[in-house]
Design a protein around this ligand. Structure first.
Ligand code: CDP
Ligand code: CDP
Length: 225
């Protein structure tokens, strides 16, 4: 019986990966690793330091001198970059609009994957991103690929933004999501793609809890036998 498995959750933007991953991790007392936050953190720093996002050499040297930590706090997971809490800043529209250009560089991905794998040794882990089932944790016992229509995903972001108190344009959100998915899917290095052994869940008309329960059902098939 193996009680500490790895769960990989991938899929396009705003499909519900992080929300559901957190619930699954909490239910199992596993650690949760948000790999998108790491690419966002590097993007934030690159923008602050005026680094050209197509300059792979400058980006890798920036990454090499950047410490990125994911920490558990009472308010949930926080992202610490060089001892600064950037949890809120990395979600800005500016970072969102630029992150895919940073994440497409093969050398950057190689270093990120190394760091992500080092977080996941010998522990029960839920990790979400774009290449977890295909590259970061290819031996994960459970692999999930979450999808939803782009209209539904834009609506979810819209509602998330309204709750935070700001209005966003639905059409702009939709375009941003489509643009990011396109860059993430078309890139040469570990593109966004469903692993051949992943289970696809269309979440368009499912609640957060329904999605979490489906994933947990797959997990229990493995850890209870
Ligand atoms: O939460 P949301 O879907 O908006 O994005 P995220 O998971 O925070 O990821 C932000 C971006 O980082 C993605 O659009 C990808 O460009 C990149 N990413 C990646 O390339 N590989 C990962 N494993 C995770 C994120
Ligand atoms: O991590 P990812 O970008 O894939 O998505 P997310 O940030 O976890 O989810 C985007 C939004 O969709 C959140 O506000 C969730 O509460 C919501 N959501 C939902 O309404 N229904 C689902 N089945 C899953 C997520």
């Amino acid at each position: 019986k193996n009680n500490a498995i790895a769960i990989a959750i991938d899929g396009p933007a705003a499909a519900g990966k992080s929300t559901v991953a957190k619930i699954v991790a909490e239910s199992l007392s596993y650690i949760y690793i948000d790999t998108g936050a790491m690419y966002r953190a590097l993007t934030l720093k690159a923008i602050e330091e005026n680094i050209q996002l197509d300059d792979e050499n400058s980006l890798i040297s920036l990454l090499e001198r950047t410490d990125i930590k994911l920490k558990q706090s009472e308010a949930g997971q926080i992202i610490i970059v060089d001892d600064m809490d950037v949890t809120a800043e990395i979600r800005s529209q500016k970072v969102t609009n630029h992150v895919s250009y940073v994440a497409k560089h093969p050398i950057i991905r190689e270093e990120m994957v190394k760091r992500q794998q080092s977080f996941a040794t010998n522990l029960g882990v839920v990790m979400d991103g774009r290449d977890i089932g295909t590259h970061v944790l290819p031996n994960a016992e459970v692999k999930i690929f979450l999808i939803a229509t782009v209209e539904e995903r834009a609506k979810r972001r819209y509602e998330e933004n309204s709750k935070k108190g700001y209005y966003s344009d639905m059409e702009e959100l939709k375009q941003e999501i489509e643009q990011r998915d396109l860059i993430d899917s078309k890139r040469e290095a570990s593109p966004l793609i469903k692993a051949s052994d992943a289970s696809e869940i269309d979440t368009t008309s499912l609640s957060i809890n329904q999605v979490a329960q489906r994933i947990l059902a797959e997990v229990y098939k493995i850890i209870h036998d």
